[in-house]
Design a protein around this ligand. Structure first.
Ligand code: WT7
Length: 648
């Protein structure tokens, strides 16, 4: 094989779900006869009405339509809870580890059932029924999972908004899917600091300036005092006392929406990604089992937040559908110390650990000491997700955290894909540090050049997927045309991921990053257009262009070029003001890292901003700007270089 290879260890193969030969055989079967393959694996979940049809999908221009198991009926909460009660009612479903290391609790499948039924009844009493949207703005507490599953139980559609988003962002998402009910908490708690969730909800509703939101359900987390609007707001514990813990699970069609999750793209406002019931759950549970080589009795921990798709598929739905014990962590990797992750691993004897490269890189900075003082003997599989993992971080994860004993799974996927698409399997795949390796069952990657020509063999190009898989998003909420336009029009007949990649001689994929105007900050997606429109809304700003640049810990940082209105002075005070402005407008994850005041931006004669040049300067790579002769005003480039902000 080409390049550095870490072979599958005998210990990883022992007891694993598949070895290399089995992977190859199953992969071949999955792509040569998807109907037969998924018809079989579709039975891994329980159906109230069994399906007879399996795959009915088209990527054809103008008629994109994706349906899996369409005549079957099932319920996600039933599959994640009820069907386990007989065999594992007393097994822990969720281990909750609080921000404060002295706080943790175990919730059994039986308790989960009672809690979810209660939450479902509280919702039903407030008029929530099948198809209604419910917005969740929650901290990482068990009630977040209860609320998701309670919606699923009723056939209601949850739309989670990450707690780090601002009131404005929350407002536009509530409006976008017209939620009449919001579930939140008084305050969140992260790294010892309080997050004013309820106050943000109040602010968001005020900005909506309508009576769209009829009910706000407030879980008490910190007990901090918050304003309660009579008739609209209710504390969850008080409402829960009024209902029973019995609530039947509604059988819904396989294609009934399970959730909406907003995600950033290269243009316009965030899109509401729609995932449905049957195919999504089959795919989330199957990938959870095979990718992490999940085994009966394992304790599994994904450090993501439920506000992102990783939390949906790999904290809640995949693991619970498999009857696993899933750990939910309220805190952050550095509180109270940088040993926290590994202390939690030891405390709960975690076998499978799944995190993001940005967390690994930030902990690497603290050296081996904080890791070495913990045991970590329980660990078997280490996962990575969210952005390319650089080989140095991979080696540290493998050598220091895993002590060369654990397999590493670098999992590539997207909010849109519902589950993992390209990944090693622990018992099967020889590893290469920095490569997400090979496609999961049923996934057909295709590399194309800029003209859309399909490339063969080793190559570099744009990553597409040729055919549908069950976990794929079905539409953009309320805008199917935008769905087709965004994902199926660049290379007609294929799903375009927005990522660039390299395929090596062994058929391994190396994701190189986004090729569109999306940047990946600490594993979170941010549209440059969103940050730009926030900046230009500031009264002193005339124009703004935002690009990503390499950042040691975050992967990519946000670099903003800002042209001020005539007469305005760009100084550090204004830089601070603009950062605060964007944080308030979108949320802390959108904070620009570097702001350069520029008297002019490089534009073509037709007025198009030449981002290629801005990216190069932001990368501190201005020696190779390429052809600048087509610029309307070539002289602006000299000023941009002279005043560049990213200097070593
Ligand atoms: C984008 C999707 C899906 C989980 C969290 C992010 C990048 C994700 C990897 C990986 C290289 C990766 C891609 C992708 N990405 N995982 N293992 N290696 N890049 O979800 O916010 O929808 O972002 O994250 O660029 O397109 P998301």
């Amino acid at each position: 094989m080409e390049g550095k290879v870490v072979e599958v260890q005998a210990a990883w193969r022992e007891g694993a779900h598949v070895d290399d030969a089995q992977y190859r055989a199953m992969y071949e079967a999955s792509v040569s006869d998807p109907d037969a393959f998924w018809g079989e694996h579709g039975k891994r979940i329980d159906w109230m009405t069994p399906f007879t049809k399996v795959k009915n999908t088209s990527f054809a221009p103008g008629q994109v339509s994706i349906k899996w198991f369409e005549d079957g009926k099932t319920n996600v909460a039933y599959n994640c809870i009820d069907r386990h009660l007989e065999t594992r009612g007393d097994q822990t479903a969720i281990i909750w580890e609080g921000d404060n290391p002295d706080e943790s609790k175990h919730i059994t499948y039986r308790e989960l059932h009672a809690q979810v039924c209660r939450m479902a009844n509280v919702l039903r009493n407030r008029g929530v029924s099948k198809g209604d949207r419910v917005t969740l703005y929650m901290p990482m507490i068990p009630e977040a999972a209860y609320a998701m599953l309670a919606c699923a139980r009723l056939g209601a559609i949850h739309a989670i908004v990450f707690g780090g988003f601002s009131p404005d962002s929350l407002a536009s998402r509530i409006q976008g899917c017209t939620s009449k009910v919001v579930i939140t908490a008084d305050e969140g708690l992260r790294g010892g600091r309080k997050v004013p969730l309820k106050a943000n909800v109040d602010e968001a509703i005020k900005r909506l300036g309508s009576d769209l939101v009829e009910h706000v359900i407030v879980v008490r987390r910190t007990g901090g005092s918050v304003a309660m609007e009579p008739g609209r707001d209710v504390y969850y514990d008080e409402a829960a006392e009024q209902v029973t813990d019995h609530c039947p699970a509604e059988a819904v069609e396989a294609e009934h929406p399970l959730f909406i999750l907003y995600t950033s793209g290269s243009t316009g406002q965030p899109k509401g990604v729609v995932h449905t019931t049957g195919g999504y759950l089959v795919y989330a549970s199957m990938t959870h089992q095979y990718v992490f080589d999940y085994r009966e009795g394992d304790v599994y921990w994904c450090t993501a937040d439920v506000g992102w798709v990783t939390g949906h598929s790999y904290i809640v739905y995949g693991p619970l559908a498999n009857g696993a014990t899933t750990l939910m962590f309220e805190g952050i990797p550095t509180y109270p110390s940088t040993s926290r992750f590994w202390e939690v691993v030891d405390k709960h004897k975690v076998n499978i650990f799944y995190t993001a490269p940005t967390a690994i890189r930030s902990l690497m900075g603290g050296g081996e000491g904080p890791v070495k003082k913990t045991s970590r003997q329980s660990l078997r599989v280490l996962g990575s997700v969210g952005e390319p993992i650089n080989p140095e971080a991979w080696e540290w994860y493998y050598n220091v955290v895993g002590e060369q004993r654990c397999s590493i799974v670098d999992t590539w996927w997207q909010t849109e894909t519902g589950g993992i698409l390209i990944t090693p399997l622990p018992g099967a795949t020889a590893l290469k540090p920095g490569s997400a390796t090979r496609p999961f069952f049923g996934v057909t990657p295709e590399m194309v050049d800029a003209e859309g020509k399909v490339l063969q063999g080793p190559c570099e190009g744009n990553l597409c997927i040729a055919d549908s898989w069950p976990g794929q998003m079905r539409t953009v909420y309320g805008d199917h045309e935008r769905f087709e336009q965004t994902y199926f029009s660049t290379y007609p007949g294929k799903y375009f991921t927005g990522d660039g990649a390299r395929r090596d001689a062994d058929g391994y994929y190396w994701i190189t990053g986004r090729v569109d105007d999306v940047i990946n900050v600490s594993g979170h997606r941010m549209g440059t257009a969103e940050v730009e429109s926030s900046l230009v809304a500031h009264p002193k700003v005339a124009e703004a262009a935002v690009v990503g640049y390499p950042h040691n810990v975050k992967g990519q940082g946000i670099y903003a070029y800002v042209t001020l209105n005539d007469g305005e002075e760009g100084d550090d005070a204004l830089r601070k003001e603009l950062v605060t402005w964007v944080r308030k407008d979108i949320g802390p994850i959108a904070s620009p890292d570097l702001i350069q005041f520029a008297p002019g931006l490089p534009k073509t004669r037709s007025g198009k901003i030449m981002r290629r040049i801005l990216r190069k300067i932001a990368e501190d790579d201005f020696g190779s700007l390429g052809d600048t002769s087509t610029l309307a005003e070539p002289a602006v480039v000299d000023d941009l270089i002279e005043n560049r902000q990213n200097r070593p």
